[in-house]
Each structure stands twice: as structure tokens, then as C-alpha cells.
Design a binder for this molecule. Structure first.
Ligand SMILES: [Ca+2]
Length: 144
């Protein structure tokens, strides 16, 4: 079953525990597959007037697996990896300037010894050219 989450301002405020910005959009989830490899697929839709998608990822689970986030739109792709799991830092932020519409977000883990259901956080929000947050909608397309 697909999960559709459209974040409203009260929901955003409730998720603000992970950030200083009350306008951040956070996806907190985990891999349901405890094996060595898994990919979750989210569709992020940005409203008209969007310039770019801001995104970065955090791996909450202390093991040897690495969690990455890769975004595809049109013929372009950008990714980032949380190199140190279980510390306080997120991965390097990425700004992917592909305008409004659908961004395909793939969150994945990969490591031969990294067994377990990693929990992760993706901060992702659509922004206009001056960095104002735009309406951001998430749909889970694949849960692994
Ligand atoms: Ca980290």
C-alpha cells in the first residue's frame, strides 16, 4: 500500500525536532528489508515556481552499512551519502536545480556487513530561487 504524506504546517512543526527550521520537510523512515541491500523510492513533487530541491540524509543506526540518497529528475542525477552513521551530522546537503514537478528520490543502503533495518531521515524540500520553501509532497513508491 502506498503512503501519501502531504506535510502541512502543523505536521512540519511536529517534525521540527531534527532541525532548527520549522519549515523543513523531513522524511523519517526505515528499511523493512534487514538484508544487505535495500532501496526505498519516494516521489517528491514540487509546486510551480520551484527552482531546486534541497536534500540530505542521516543514518540513525550504528552498523557498518552506509545510507545514501539519490535524486533523479529528467536526465540528471545527484546523490549524497552519510559517511558516519549514528553521529549527529547529516550528509552533505545537495541543491538540485531542476525546477518544479516530480523528483525521484532513492534512499538506499549497501554494505556486505551492514545487516539490519537502518533507520534514516531525509530532509528534502522544494525551494524557489531565493531559498524560500515551496509546497512539497511525498509519495512512497517502494518500501524495501
Ligand atoms: Ca551521520
Amino acid at each position: 500500500m502506498k503512503l501519501i504524506r502531504k506535510l502541512t504546517l502543523p505536521a512540519i512543526a511536529a517534525l521540527a525536532v531534527y532541525t532548527n527550521s520549522s519549515l523543513a520537510h523531513d522524511i523519517t523512515s526505515n528499511f523493512s528489508n534487514p538484508g544487505r541491500f535495500a532501496t526505498d523510492y519516494w516521489l517528491i513533487t514540487c509546486e510551480a515556481g520551484t527552482n531546486h530541491l534541497f536534500f540530505r540524509v542521516k543514518d540513525f543506526t550504528p552498523n557498518t552499512s552506509r545510507v545514501s540518497a539519490m535524486v533523479v529528475k529528467g536526465t540528471r542525477v545527484v546523490f549524497t551519502t552519510d559517511l558516519v552513521d549514528s553521529d549527529a551530522l547529516l550528509s552533505t546537503r545537495r541543491l538540485f536545480a531542476q525546477g518544479s514537478g516530480g523528483y525521484h528520490l532513492f534512499v538506499f543502503k549497501s554494505n556486505g556487513n551492514g545487516l539490519g533495518n537502518d533507520e534514516y531521515l531525509v530532509q528534502a524540500h522544494c525551494e524557489n530561487a531565493v531559498g524560500d520553501h515551496m509546497e512539497t509532497e511525498y509519495t512512497l513508491r517502494q518500501d524495501q
